[in-house]
Design a protein around this ligand. Structure first.
Ligand code: FES
Ligand SMILES: [Fe+2]
Length: 409
């Protein structure tokens, strides 16, 4: 008789805790601290979350011409997002189907893709074109008719390119319908994308803490004194409002008022004398509020009276995150062409960056200390107040994905 017991996964205690947690009304309690610190849990999350979710890799106007392509990396997979001769955008694995060499990790323009190892080449639709010294023409023809770079799900949403490694994932757009009212009147202003400057620095905290800091309506009054008072969560005329969440939503949304119309980011943070002019096509109520939306696990969006600002977020390890946009590296804006054409646009951008980096400088020590708190044996089970609705919504979004991927008991 074989008496060898199956090895117990180091994640078993975390999985047991997650299994015991409940999602009610699209809200869930605080996750175990190991979800923010454990390398093994991060590996689980790569499959449970990142390999099954829609992730933004850029904007369609970043690859305007046939042959333009973006390189992207999701859940450890190197991918290519390519505009073909018919102006369609497709996504492929960048793994050569000969012996598995990565074809390229950089973005650019090409008429075809050539693997650097034995020069197999692929056309803009991912079909094998050439394979030198593989035999007679009939053999090559046979290879060409059967070999193609694996295709990846792709969806365009308001000009953003999203990809998903999960062939069976539900479509993206229906999961983001709650954001449609916030898009109203923006695109009539002939918006142009200014992509974020890519991040080079790893921020030393878990990716979920990065989102929690972004989405937390409770902290600005305390952490962001002097930079965020113009867009308060608490205000006698009504403060933050939370958009209701359903279990199939991929967006978590809050909106705060501004003290005066047409304000925005200026060199001291949020203020009346915004660096970018207000967008003329917006309705009066849109010119007096800011909406913060997260689209986990890779993106945030912010609708302000003068800009839509977006951040792209990459989880690199249990305690490492990369983020690119105006708070960290610059750019990440959708702006009316008329704003980009202003002769002093560079100075205005610099003011936005200065104000945003003052807010960011206040968040940095908070995120560092929160990551340290997650390591503590004294970490609380967590108490949420009325201003923390987006956090319990995020917990539910995560828990849905974790529970769906747990190994069968
Ligand atoms: S591995 Fe790509 S051509 Fe050989
Ligand atoms: Fe903050």
């Amino acid at each position: 008789m074989n008496t060898t017991a199956a090895p117990v996964s180091p994640l078993a205690p975390i999985f047991a805790q997650l299994s015991a947690m409940e999602i009610r009304d699209a809200q869930a309690p605080m996750l175990p601290r190991e979800c923010y610190t454990s390398d093994a849990f991060f590996a689980f999350e790569q499959d449970a979350v990142f390999a099954r979710s829609w992730l933004c890799v850029g904007r369609a106007e970043q690859i305007p011409k046939p042959g333009d392509y973006l390189a992207a990396r999701i859940a450890g997979e190197q991918l290519l997002v390519v505009r073909n001769q018919n102006n369609e955008i497709n996504a492929f694995s960048a793994v050569c189907q000969h012996r598995g060499q990565i074809i390229t990790c950089t973005s650019g323009h090409a008429r075809s893709f050539r693997c650097p190892l034995h020069f197999w080449s692929y056309d803009l639709n991912g079909h094998l074109q050439g394979a030198p010294r593989m035999g007679d023409p009939a053999t090559l023809q046979q290879l060409r008719s059967t070999i193609r770079l694996p295709t990846i799900r792709i969806e365009l949403w308001h000009g953003f390119i999203f990809i998903n490694l999960d062939e069976n994932a539900a479509a993206l757009a229906p999961s983001l319908t709650k954001l449609e009212p916030f898009w109203a009147n923006y695109e009539a202003a002939d918006l142009v994308g200014v992509p974020p400057v890519p991040a080079e620095k790893v921020l030393p905290w878990n990716w979920k803490l990065h989102y929690e800091n972004f989405t937390d309506a409770y902290h600005p009054e305390f952490v962001h004194q002097g930079t965020h008072d113009f867009a308060p969560s608490n205000h006698p005329d009504g403060g933050v409002t939370f958009t209701p969440m359903s279990d199939t939503d991929n967006a978590i949304v809050r909106t705060v008022p501004m003290l005066k119309s047409d304000g925005g980011m200026m060199r001291d943070g949020w203020g009346e004398a915004a660096a970018f002019p207000a967008i003329a096509t917006l309705a009066p109520e849109q010119r007096k509020r800011v909406t913060f939306a997260m689209i986990p696990p890779g993106m945030t969006l912010m609708f302000a009276p003068n800009v839509i600002a977006y951040q792209l977020i990459t989880a690199v390890s249990a305690t490492g995150t990369m983020a690119a946009n105006d708070r960290v590296t610059g750019g990440g804006w959708l702006l009316p062409r008329s704003t980009l054409d202003l002769p002093d646009f560079a100075q205005r951008s610099a003011q936005v960056l200065e104000g945003a980096s003052k807010i960011w400088a206040q968040d940095l020590p908070i995120n560092l200390a929160m990551q340290e708190g997650k390591n503590s044996r004294y970490k609380p089970t967590g108490i949420y107040g009325p201003l923390e609705k987006t956090l319990v919504q995020f917990n539910a979004w995560l828990l849905h994905r974790y529970l769906a991927a747990l190994p069968a008991a």
